[in-house]
Each structure stands twice: as C-alpha cells, then as structure tokens.
Design a protein around this ligand. Structure first.
Ligand SMILES: [Zn+2]
Ligand SMILES: [Zn+2]
Length: 281
C-alpha cells in the first residue's frame, strides 16, 4: 500500500513538472514570449516538457505558432476540423508541413545553441529520435539511482503529460465541449476540466483571444495555476516581466503584444481580416 501511495505521489509530482514544462516553458515562454526569466528557469521548464516526449522545443513552438496563425483553418496543423485522429496524431506526418518553417517563423528560438542542437537542422525524425532516446535515458538514470518506483512514476507522468495537451488540442477546439468569453473566428473554447488537467491552458478561448498574455483566466472561477506559479516565481525574483494583458478589462481590444511569427501566406492574411474580435462579456 505504501509503495502504491508513493508511486501515485511521485507520479503527481513528476506530472506537475512535465505539465508546467509544457504550459509555462514551451507554451507561454517559447511560443508566445509572455514573460521573461533567467535561462536556468527557462531550461527547468522547457526540459520538463522535453522529457515528456514533446519533441524539439523549436518544433513544438513553431507548430504552435502555426496553430494560432491558421486556427481551425485547413492549414492549422492540428485542428479537429481535419478529423479527430488527425488532430491527435498530427506527429505521424514525421516532418514539417510545407507551410511551416522554423527558419522563417522561429528565428528567435534558433539563436539558442541548445535548442538548435535538439532541432537537428529541422530533421524532424532525427530530432524526435533524440528526444525519445534521451527521455528514456533519463528514466534509466532514475532507475539506477532511485529504483523502479521513481523511474516508473516518472515514465507514467511523462506519457500522461504528452497526451493531455494533445487531448486539449481536440476538446478545446470543439464548440460542444466548452464556452467562449470572446467571439473570435475560430472554435477555441474554455473547458474547466482541461484547465484543471493542463494547469490553466484549458481556458483556451481566452488564450486565443489574447495569445501574448501570461494569464489565461478571466472570470473569477477561471483559475490558472500556471499563471499563479509565474506570479509566485516573480515574487522571489525567478521571473521578470509578465505580460498580463488579459487582466485588463479591454484586453480583447488590445493588439496582440508579442509578434511570434511572420505572416507569409494568403490564407493568413484572409484569416487575420476575418478575426475582428468582439467581446461578449
Ligand atoms: Zn488552440
Ligand atoms: Zn498558444
């Protein structure tokens, strides 16, 4: 019994590291530049996600920037409009789609030599193989150092933290599974269960309305654990400036404060024209 409790507790702790790694490291920091922090803090979160099999950080952020650029349009890399299986298993393409190019859309991230190394020259297969091998190696080290309970908990947590955001990509883009605070021209929805599982990222309609904001909760019940953690880290000096645009009453009217990509395609220009936002609050 004790070892089951220990296993469950460790899985939870590892899950928090991996999941905050996704929401804070890959998502709010690398994809959206929604706050600033020292490199050590950045790597702590980014590698939390990396060891949950999320692939090269540059790959993840570039795909995510494209998701915002083409939200729920045919060029969106994982919209459920192209099929639920296609949204979940978009990794199976094994390469960057033609319209997504980190050398164009993620120049800022390519400046980091470690991320460049993990990106393996945009060779997706090689980059992901390195990710899986190093993630498994991490568990082998845990196994040798601390035994099977710790290593097993870490592996399970990593698999769960890989799947939770993949499921969010589907649930939070299906109108029947949530509600909108902002009328925007995509299907992004707020879903409390996904917000709980994905430590805040499930307030997805708020996020699509103001992608550069570090806080994703707007209404009092829309608690965003990732934002609360960022504020706690800021209070002890581990995080610098935080973009809190969504806290502003007129957030939906403000321009998206962080330029995360360079528009290149006709579809994007059309999409942008279509996306005049109107608050329904
Ligand atoms: Zn989305
Ligand atoms: Zn985003």
């Amino acid at each position: 019994m004790d070892s089951i409790l220990l296993f469950a507790g460790l899985t939870f702790v590892f899950y928090l590291w991996h999941m905050f790694g996704v929401t804070i490291g890959l998502h709010r920091l690398l994809s959206h530049r929604a706050f600033t922090c020292p490199k050590a803090v950045e790597y702590f979160f980014v590698f939390g996600a990396y060891f949950a099999f999320h692939g090269s950080p540059i790959w993840w952020a570039t795909i995510h920037r494209a998701h915002h650029r083409y939200s729920d349009l045919p060029l969106d890399p994982h919209t459920p409009n192209n099929g639920i299986f296609s949204a979940y298993a978009f990794y199976r393409e094994w390469h960057y789609p033609e319209h997504i190019n980190p050398r164009v859309q993620s120049k800022d991230l390519l400046k980091d030599p470690l991320y460049r190394l993990l990106e393996s020259g945009a060779d997706w297969k090689l980059g992901y193989t390195i990710n899986v091998v190093s993630s498994l190696l991490f568990r082998v080290i845990l196994l040798v150092a601390f035994g099977p309970v710790v290593a097993g908990a870490s592996l399970l947590a990593g698999i769960l933290a890989l799947n939770a955001p993949l499921i969010l990509n589907i649930i939070c883009h299906m109108p029947q599974w949530g509600y909108k605070n902002f009328k925007i021209k995509d299907d992004s929805m707020n879903n409390w269960l996904m917000a709980l599982i994905c430590v805040g990222d499930g307030w997805h309609n708020n996020h699509h309305a103001v992608p550069g904001s570090s806080n994703m909760g707007l209404k009092p019940w829309e608690i965003d654990p990732s934002y609360l953690l960022l504020k706690a880290l800021q209070s002890v000096g581990l995080v610098g400036t935080i973009n809190e645009t969504l806290a502003n009453e007129n957030a939906h009217l403000a321009p998206v404060p962080v330029t995360v990509y360079r528009p290149t395609l006709k579809a994007h220009r059309k999409h942008k024209r279509d996306r005049e936002m109107t608050s329904v609050r």
